[in-house]
Design a protein around this ligand. Sequence first.
Ligand SMILES: NC(=O)c1ccc[n+]([C@@H]2O[C@H](COP(=O)([O-])OP(=O)(O)OC[C@H]3O[C@@H](n4cnc5c(N)ncnc54)[C@H](O)[C@@H]3O)[C@@H](O)[C@H]2O)c1
Length: 251
Amino acid sequence: MRRIEGKVALVAGAGGGIGGAGALGLAREGAAVVCADIDNAAAAATAAQIRAAGGRATALGLDVRDRPAIDSAVASAVREFARLDVLLESVGVSQTAPFLDLDPGEWERVIAVNLTGMFHLGQAAARQMVRQGGGGSIINITSQLAEVARPERSAYVASKGGGRSLTHAMALELAPHGVRVNAIAPGPTLTGLTRASYADPERRRATVAQIPLGRLGEPEDIVGALLFLASDESRWVTGSTVTVDGGYLVL
Ligand SMILES: NC(=O)c1ccc[n+]([C@@H]2O[C@H](COP(=O)([O-])OP(=O)(O)OC[C@H]3O[C@@H](n4cnc5c(N)ncnc54)[C@H](O)[C@@H]3O)[C@@H](O)[C@H]2O)c1
């Protein structure tokens, strides 16, 4: 028996590094997956990979700032696969600017996508899970930067700290419905979000020096924690953050 057999997952950010690996991992363990991303072609490519491996998947374009589109993504999961058991929220945008120079519009953009998007997705998915009964698992991708600040990342850091607190608040209110809500906090991981900055050898060396396990993460490194949180193996786990960072936070 596979670990997530018969369940239905919506993966937001499925066209990205962590979301893509997560969607493939969930499908490998038996879930039917709705792959959603603002980059429609990237979401479709992930769904095609799942189907090529014998899994069940559909794809749709989705901007997490668009609440009606989120509600229809949830409805589409239910239409296609009859229910919704797992939400993986792996959407994110980055930002680099000194706090004193940070443009308010840039602040709004990062909070809208990383934090308000998490609220919209979480609420829409949770409403469906509560309506259908039988519980569910919501997994929000936050960051090691929910715990520590780094220079010139104030909007990103605030969005991730907010995501961590939102995960706590959702866990508390959704527990009576059997819906568990947890976060995964990845450390520096090679994805579309970070690849350009780690192309700079000095930046890469400085970052790796902060990681006790001595290398950057790969998206596949995050999948083990995701499958644990998505499956019934974590049935008594809610409101937690699983840190997957090569030891970054203990250095
Ligand atoms: N890569 C890292 O080092 C790292 C570290 C900690 C946390 N994270 C978090 O992991 C999550 C996934 O990021 P990733 O590293 O896989 O990067 P990624 O860029 O590969 O994936 C992010 C995905 O989000 C999508 N997206 C952006 N704006 C969107 C919107 N408005 N609506 C819908 N989709 C949108 C992008 O198209 C992309 O496919 C993010 O929350 C990110 O903050 C990443």
